[in-house]
Design a protein around this ligand. Structure first.
Ligand code: GUN
Ligand code: ZN
Length: 456
């Protein structure tokens, strides 16, 4: 069934530089219909007056929903989040490692229980959608049940979602550490790899679901586990890889002590064949130039997690160095280290991080540099079209362009009195986007629409 909307429509030019990539059709038309596979995609998008004749001749029977006060935009893409950490958001700790020990691991233990995992997955998916997030690359826990629960819930909601069993066969407490098979035939490492491959076959490519090989981080994975994952990564090149790297100074020291042969923390993953397209590494704060060149040459992408990095005191992602190296990156909430599901909060935190560059350069004795002012178009791109690109899903999701899957949001810029006043004053697209980034939250998301599979 064809659907048509007339509203202000935000889309991105995938070929343009991010800071100049957004386009707003003030009086736009968006037409959604099924492609040959029966999947709802964007069929027409652009200026209403330019498209109206063609639309009417092709779809004389379709009623246009006219929403002149609303903005229709691509659904947001979260490139790194932990669904089992929804209930630890805002837990205070000195830094990453004590936070994991005190709050995160005890909570993740509970996901051995199928019922607990199912209700958490259901809340998590609802929370993503309420915040306008239509695709996420997310960690589960080490328990198979946690992966099944999340895929099941995402499938119920027709969502494009990528997850995988968290791998951690060492340096993790009982209850979250990988376990040997119950019949004693396989040790914990072997069993974790067997479960991973079984889950991957069960879910990868089913409807809109994707599997991600998920080593938690190098300190929690044995050489044998990383080697096994590297073999799987070579065998299944369209399966994603997700992990953490170079987030926190103590973590880095620990990782290098466990892998003394590695030149750097990032190098550990490369040594095991885990750097490639569709590999997404969260944080990437404390990288050097060689690491950034490795990111660029392998096609791996960084998931930038500004609310988490500020909350846990991990450091600042260096946007300027990342751009100089030409490496791919995109935005992520990193809930529950991250403090919000809202992409508006994440984009604003990313803006502050760009601003903070001036201070760190001075304290490091370098040439003082101006703090960056990441443009609102760039920030929004990093959470939509750029995030899709980082996941290898450019042209599939993250934009309102002909052929893209029809995941979109309807924004109400009048959602709060202040938003209404401020957005009414906006005199350019950047001003309008910035007003929403700075003042927006879940109230700005009036509706989230997910592409459906219709009979083909
Ligand atoms: N490093 C290893 N595990 C985690 C995690 O759960 N959150 C964050 N922020 N970093 C990690
Ligand atoms: Zn994380």
């Amino acid at each position: 069934m064809t659907q048509a909307y007339r509203a202000r429509i935000l889309s991105f030019d995938a070929q343009a530089t991010p800071s100049n990539s957004a386009r707003l059709d003030q009086d736009g038309l968006l037409v959604i219909g099924a492609n040959e596979q029966g999947r709802q995609v964007v069929q027409m998008v652009g200026d209403y007056n330019l498209l109206a004749d063609e639309f009417k001749s092709r779809h004389a029977d379709v009623t246009v929903q006219h929403l002149p006060d609303r903005i229709i935009a691509p659904g947001f893409v979260d490139t790194h989040v932990h669904y089992p950490q929804t209930d630890v958001i805002g837990s205070p700790a000195e830094g990453l490692l004590p936070w994991l020990e005190s709050y995160t691991f005890p909570e993740e233990k509970r996901f051995v229980d199928v019922e607990y995992a199912a209700q958490s997955a259901s809340f998590f998916i609802a929370e993503l959608l309420r915040n306008g997030v239509t695709t996420a690359l997310t960690f589960a826990t080490s328990h198979v049940a946690s992966v099944d629960a999340l895929f099941t819930e995402a499938q119920k909601n027709s969502m494009r979602l990528i997850t995988g069993k968290c791998m951690q066969d060492r340096n993790s407490p009982d209850g979250v550490r990988d376990q040997p098979s119950s019949n004693g035939l396989h040790d914990a490492t072997e069993q974790s790899l067997i479960d991973t491959e079984l889950l991957m076959h069960k879910w990868h490519g089913v409807d809109r679901l994707g599997y991600a090989f998920t080593p938690r981080f190098a300190p929690s994975c044995s050489d044998a586990q990383l080697r096994g994952l590297g073999e799987l990564a070579a065998k299944y090149p369209d399966v994603w890889i997700q992990s953490h790297v170079a987030e926190n100074v103590e973590e880095i020291t620990w990782a290098l002590s466990l892998f003394p042969q590695a030149r750097s923390y990032l190098q550990i993953y490369d040594d095991f064949g885990l750097m490639r397209q569709r590999a997404v590494y969260a944080h990437c704060i404390h990288l050097d130039a060689t690491d950034r060149a490795l990111m660029q040459s392998t096609g791996a992408a960084a998931a930038v997690c500004p609310t988490s990095n500020l909350f846990l005191g991990s450091g600042y992602f260096d946007y300027r160095a990342a751009d100089d190296a030409g490496m791919a990156y995109a935005l992520a909430s990193d809930v529950g280290g991250g403090t919000s599901f809202s992409p508006f909060h994440t984009m604003l935190a990313a803006y502050y991080v760009g601003r903070a560059t001036v201070k760190t350069a001075l304290f490091q004795g370098g040439q003082p540099k101006l703090g960056m002012s990441l443009s609102p178009q760039n920030l929004w791109w990093q959470h939509t079209t750029g995030a899709a690109k980082a996941l290898g899903l450019e042209g599939v999701i993250g934009n309102l362009a002909v052929g893209c899957e029809a995941d979109f949001i309807i924004l109400n810029p009048q959602a709060t009195p202040l938003l209404e006043r401020r957005t009414a004053r906006a005199e350019s697209l950047d001003e309008l986007l910035f007003a929403m980034i700075v003042l927006g939250d879940d109230r700005l998301i009036e509706k989230t629409v997910i592409s459906q599979q219709l009979a083909s």
